[in-house]
Design a protein around this ligand. Structure first.
Ligand code: ZN
Length: 102
């Protein structure tokens, strides 16, 4: 099993509970929960982790909204918009969460 290291303190992250992934300028980054909490107080840390329950809810809401918009104004742009969040979520899973046990 590969190791997932915290992008800030370099600590080995052992469980998904301790992992917070978020979108940054450099792509998807992984932080341990301690560093994530510390970063919450700074401007660059005001983000919801990708691997949180609320992100899944936002993702479902976005897909439903895009589905409705697609029905009212058929355009492929809604399909693309609806696919962004699940794409980022699965990328986070592929890069980090897959390597950790639940
Ligand atoms: Zn850390």
């Amino acid at each position: 099993m590969q190791e997932v290291l915290c992008g800030e303190c370099g600590k080995v992250i052992n469980s998904r509970d301790d992992l917070c992934t978020f979108l940054s300028m450099n792509g998807i980054q992984a932080l341990c929960s301690d560093c994530y909490m510390r970063n919450q107080k700074t401007i660059r840390g005001v983000r919801t982790p990708i691997n949180s329950q609320s992100t899944v809810l936002v993702m479902i809401a976005a897909i439903v909204a895009c589905l409705l918009l697609f029905v009212w104004h058929p355009s492929w742009i809604w399909v693309v918009v609806a696919a962004i969040a699940p794409f980022i979520r699965s990328l986070s899973w592929l890069l980090f969460e897959r390597k950790l046990k639940a």
